[in-house]
Design a protein around this ligand. Structure first.
Ligand code: NAG
Ligand code: NAG
Ligand code: NAG
Ligand code: NAG
Length: 372
């Protein structure tokens, strides 16, 4: 999940003590320029390692680390990314923008018109973690976010009316606990690596979210399902990934998140999450996501044809197999340059336990592909 298109006042984060989790405060400053050295990335959860904190030692021109947020309703959506990494490393090769800290915003109005704002270049990103939560300030841009130490609430704050025509606040009240690529937040022995050199930590798998923005001089407000995660990597995205399908949805009582990726050798790595009324019943490498539609094969080949939808199968062990299918989609953005591109869509999804009660819901998904 990604989108196309740091001085903190530690005092601000002196939040009420929570009985679970830890309270350590750390501040990281990520310059908007690159270092010229090798870097390391975080691969395993650890007791005192902030869930939503920075996961790479530095941005060096190959490495990247982003914080992603979206809110989706049956008709509208918005996606916001806080990026650290060069454009090239983030999957836009050829964009020789010597910048490592920027933000993207894109979405769709309830009437179906899409919007995006130009890339927001920022100064240093200042990230302060308290417990598992993070406060991030992409200085100079007016873009910041702030999460509580236990990740129960996150706020995105946009103050860029004059520069980018966007201002306001988005709030996320989590209803489902966070998870790493391979386990729940409570399991600090989890691996955070989805595939070699690429990490995933999903701080807010599902939430009740409110968007209260002014966009290009008009009110843009809606409520929906909110989601927040982060991905990071050691090498440019296009050198790690051939293909991925990712998405999140609320389907009846189920909060569903899926990620199914092929690395450069077409080896499949997956991760899925299901919570029932907010209680996780699965977090781990158990998803099979496949595209369907006319002329669609798997793995997809170049030039890549857009699928009509996705099927998602999640093995929940003793509770059986859950299956979901996207049944309609509104494409929010789609590029394919000879098999090299990115598509994002939102729409209707149905499913539930195989052979059991089926529910209808909605969500947002994306498809990243780099068929060299
Ligand atoms: C972000 O940092 C800048 C520069 O220090 C500061 O002026 C601004 O108030 C900060 N924004 C927030 C929301 O904390
Ligand atoms: C960044 O660091 C990684 C890991 O050490 C290394 O493989 C890569 O070549 C480095 N990239 C640059 C541009 O120095
Ligand atoms: C859709 O709504 C937006 C926001 O109100 C407006 O700017 C845009 O012109 C509308 N598009 C159409 C096709 O009506
Ligand atoms: C499917 O492939 C056939 C043969 O190449 C082509 O004529 C047709 O337009 C394709 N259909 C779609 C929906 O891409």
């Amino acid at each position: 999940m990604r989108t196309l298109s740091i001085f903190s006042s530690v005092g601000v984060l002196a939040l009420a003590t929570v009985s679970t989790g830890f309270e350590a405060t750390n501040t990281y400053i990520i310059p908007s320029t690159m270092v010229s050295s090798g870097v390391t990335i975080q691969t395993n959860a650890a007791d005192l390692s902030p869930f939503d904190g920075p996961k790479i030692s530095a941005v060096n021109g190959s490495s990247f680390d982003w914080w992603y947020f979206d809110v989706v309703s049956p008709t509208a959506s918005i996606t916001i990314s806080f990026q650290t990494g060069t454009f090239d490393a983030l999957g836009y090769p050829g964009y020789n923008v010597p910048y490592a800290t920027f933000c993207n915003v894109a979405g769709i109005y309830p009437n179906g018109s899409t919007f995006s704002i130009p890339v927001v270049l920022a100064g240093p990103a200042i990230i302060t973690t308290v417990g598992d939560g993070a406060y991030g300030n992409w200085t100079g841009s007016g873009f910041s976010f702030s999460g509580t130490p236990d990740l129960s609430e996150v706020t995105v704050n946009l103050e860029a009316a004059l520069s980018y025509g966007i201002e306001g606040i988005i709030t996320f009240k989590s209803i489902a606990p966070a998870h790493y690529a391979t386990g729940l937040i409570s399991d600090r022995s989890s691996s955070e690596i989805l595939l070699p050199h690429f990490g995933w930590a999903n701080a807010v798998p599902d939430s009740v979210a409110n968007v209260d923005l002014t966009l290009f001089g008009e009110k843009f407000t809606f409520s929906g399902r909110g989601y927040h995660d982060k991905n990071w990597g050691m090498l440019p995205l296009q050198d790690l990934i051939n293909n991925w399908y990712w998405g999140h949805a609320k389907v009846g009582p189920y909060s569903v998140v899926f990620f199914d990726a092929l690395d450069k050798n077409n080896v499949e790595y997956t991760s899925a999450y299901i919570a029932v009324n907010g209680v996780p019943i699965k977090a781990g490498p158990v998803a099979i996501v496949r595209p369907y539609g006319k002329n669609i094969t798997y793995p997809q080949t170049k030039p890549a044809t857009l699928f009509a939808g996705l099927t998602i199968e999640i093995d929940v062990g003793v509770r059986g197999v859950y299956a979901f299918k996207t049944v309609s989609q509104t494409v929010l953005t789609s590029t394919d340059n000879d098999g090299y591109g990115y598509t994002r869509a939102q729409g209707v999804i149905i499913g539930g336990p195989v052979g059991g009660k089926q529910h209808k819901g909605y969500g947002l998904w994306d498809w990243q592909h780099f068929y060299n």
